[in-house]
Ligand binder design. Structure first.
Ligand code: ATP
Ligand code: MG
Length: 439
């Protein structure tokens, strides 16, 4: 088939920008065929672009023969352009249609689409992920990632407003940040290296120079378990701030989440209606539970956890029923948290680490960090880690490491909360997990 070139055509509107007020006006639209319906004397082509859809109506007897001939060719997912006149109508949900004056066919598509892109027959997630480039053109997915984009934009601008500097730390590292189990190894010119599981140590070091930093980027966990909230490559939003404590960064975190929810609610009304999801902007401050309180609450529900142990997922599910919103868990047993979390001065068996939960899902972990070198070395040893392998990091503690605190938030988990998606793969463009490394 002879394809057309764009030539001197330029888009005048996205579909969503065409309104009943444009009645009579000529517009130029670019996009793809979402659906074609032929009713004999009249043909409807649904044009989709990233902002939505619009109906192109072709009254066969009343359009130019070339226009009709081009429209004969169009099939699902062909990319094309149309120049046409906007017409008010009460026959479409949006109250408008476009009557074409000219088409350009820009590219073709296979006839055998692996999934139904109109969403009328929903496909299983695995089939959709296998055909992810096509799957991402579905309106639900466009809406999901628009929400993610909007939330991240809000978080970034909030942190810029609080004088945080955006940084980029290495993904290729020589030693394990928090012990080795979840690390992927890489052959680095014949030497063993790892993919970073978090920016933890680097962001802490950076408080020595830049004081307040944040980073958004991919990190890697060799997660053996197959759950609906773990990926082997996820996006972390991390902050670290000098001269602060856990209390300060918990306050900041509440504000960040409140702001992101407010902005999404304000800017993503149409995406929320595509997703059929409603959420309330959470009230701050969030509830603060101590680890001991959590154990008590669980005991009352006949779930007993020996003091000092981590809280298993099944217990969190029970807890999430009692607290079906955002809540902090503070005052964890020191040995249940990473080596860099500061033990409480008055009760060293407890630490200044915290988690922010949503229902049963952990969204954020953070805490006050240890700033004294001796104490950090001692904690490394207690955790069975070799201080020698942390030599590069430990040097930062010789140059006046400030007291500091921070947190790391999983962007995909936040997106699940904001879009009502129950599976983290839905909110990841190209998910990586125990069994999936493609597409
Ligand atoms: P979990 O207990 O749920 O496995 P974690 O305590 O191991 O999480 P952290 O190391 O505390 O995770 O990382 C901080 C945040 O990063 C988590 O609260 C979560 O939002 C996100 N996160 C961590 N690991 C993953 C993962 N494998 N997939 C998706 N998000 C993750
Ligand atoms: Mg955690």
């Amino acid at each position: 088939m002879n394809l057309d070139s764009i030539g001197d055509w330029t888009r005048t509107h996205y579909t969503s920008q065409v309104k009943p007020e444009n009645d009579g006006q000529e517009v130029t639209l670019f996009g793809w065929v979402q659906d074609v319906r032929d009713l004999g004397g009249i043909r409807f082509i649904i044009l989709q672009d990233r902002e939505g859809t619009i109906q192109i109506t072709i009254p066969k007897k009343r359009v130019q023969p070339e226009v009709l001939a081009k429209s004969d060719i169009l099939q699902k997912r062909f990319s094309f352009a149309v120049k046409g006149n906007v017409k008010k109508t009460n026959m479409t949900p949006r109250g408008i249609e476009v009557i074409p004056n000219a088409f350009k066919i820009l590219n073709v598509a296979t006839e055998q689409l692996p999934i139904d892109i109109t969403g009328k027959t929903p496909a299983l997630i695995e089939a959709r992920l296998d055909a992810r480039p096509l799957d991402l053109t579905q309106e639900r997915n466009l809406a999901t990632f628009k929400v993610q984009h909007t939330a991240l934009e809000a978080i970034r601008s909030f942190l810029f407003g609080k004088d945080f500097l955006e940084v980029h730390t290495p993904r290729l590292i020589a030693s394990a940040t928090e012990g080795g189990a979840e690390l992927f190894t890489v052959d680095y010119f014949g030497q063993k290296a790892y993919l970073a599981q978090s920016p933890q140590l680097y962001k802490e070091e950076l408080t020595l120079s830049f004081e307040k930093v944040f980073e958004v980027g991919p990190f890697f966990r060799a997660e053996e378990s197959h759950t609906r909230r773990h990926l082997s490559e996820f996006t972390s939003v991390d902050i670290e701030a000098a001269f602060t404590s856990a209390t300060d960064v918990m306050g900041l975190l509440e504000q960040v989440i409140h702001h992101a929810c407010t902005v999404v609610k304000e800017k993503c009304a149409s995406e929320m209606s595509v997703l059929g999801y409603k959420f309330e902007v959470p009230q701050i401050p969030f509830k603060r539970l101590t680890y001991d309180q959590v154990l008590d609450d669980l005991k009352k529900q006949d779930v007993s956890i020996p003091w000092g142990e981590d809280i298993p997922t099944e217990a969190f599910r029970v807890l999430g029923k009692l607290y079906p919103f955002f809540y902090f868990i503070t005052d964890w047993p020191t040995h249940a948290k990473a080596f860099y979390i500061k033990p409480r001065e008055d009760k060293p068996e407890l630490c200044e680490g915290f988690d922010l939960m949503w229902h049963y899902i952990e969204l954020v972990s953070g805490g006050t960090r240890i700033a004294q070198k001796d104490q950090l070395i001692q904690r490394l040893q207690e955790k069975g880690l070799n201080p020698e392998s942390f030599k590069c990091h430990l040097q930062a503690y010789d140059y006046g490491m400030p007291p500091h605190a921070g947190w790391g938030l999983g962007l995909e988990r936040l997106t699940m909360i904001l879009t009502g998606n129950k599976n983290i793969r839905e909110v990841t463009l190209y998910p990586r997990d125990r069994v999936r490394l493609t597409p």
